[in-house]
Design a protein around this ligand. Sequence first.
Ligand code: ATP
Ligand code: LTN
Length: 324
Amino acid sequence: MRKRLFSAIQPSGTLHIGNYLGAIRNWVKLQYDYESFFCIVDLHAITVPQNPKELRKKTIEVAKIYLACGIDPKVSTIFIQSQVPQHAEMMWLLNTITKVSELKRMTQFKDKSEGKGVLAGLLNYPILMAADILLYDTNVVPVGEDQLQHVELTRTLARRFNSKFKNLLVEPKALIEKEGMRIMGLDDPSKKMSKSADSSYNYISLTDSDEIIKDKIKKAVTDSGKSIKYTDTKQAIKNLINIYALLDNAKPADIEEAYRRKGYAAFKTDLAEIVISFLKPLQGKMRSIEDAEVIKILNQGAEKAREIAQIKLSEVKKIIGLIV
Ligand code: ATP
Ligand code: LTN
């Protein structure tokens, strides 16, 4: 039997090149080595306020992006989290073995919970993520570096459950691809590119038009000095070189060399062209996929996921002492 893989993205905005380079690009390759489940985690997305109409639209859009990027529904299972109610139920059960202190120390929680009126859903977010993963006997979880802490908590909960009750939950491993693991914001290279950033100048969406891409790259912050150097002390240019290298299959050192005498403006113009020619075919594919086709794929995916998830959930409930 093939090992299982589970990963997910929140439909909380339009996906950006960071999501592609840090996540989806790897999934496309991995789907042939693992039995894969790719989820659209709408229940996670509502841990911060969402406009209902937009949320529906984004959920379908994320599914189209998965397909256009090369996730094959004949090979992998693609589904919407809220269409598999076992996730929310499993979350409640895991909630009873999770310490509040474990949740409060999560970096993502600390980052997103500044200010007053912090919602319980935001705190409990990693337990839902653990439920997603553990329901499917997942062996590997490909994610960006920022999610490592959540996968660690998932492992802790699996171990805790297994030693308290019975060895029922598989301890998953995070799979972090070194390349592309952290694409930084164009307007602030000290923080990761994020689809829920305040300014759209933070990210390049997979659906951005050519003009917008040119404008965003032109306005991307630059470091002091004019040289194109790939070094940790020049975070802005390092990030742009990374994007260039990943999309153009080039080595950062070669890019550095090629632009040594050309300077920032020429580099940015070329980078914009590279991004545009990468996104063109992807956007064409997205437009060619009908809503009805996506909905059919998502329904089939949810049906398969529910069957698998229900078996695990019933085992867990029984062992805890709930009457199934
Ligand atoms: P949000 O800002 O709404 O929290 P996000 O843009 O950070 O969203 P997620 O839905 O949290 O995106 O993440 C989806 C996947 O993309 C995860 O595997 C995550 O690690 C990866 N990812 C997100 N942002 C980046 C980034 N800037 N660089 C590389 N990978 C990323
Ligand atoms: N928290 C993740 C999204 C996510 C996920 C998951 C990733 C929810 N459930 C299960 C992997 C496995 C994020 O924000 N990137």
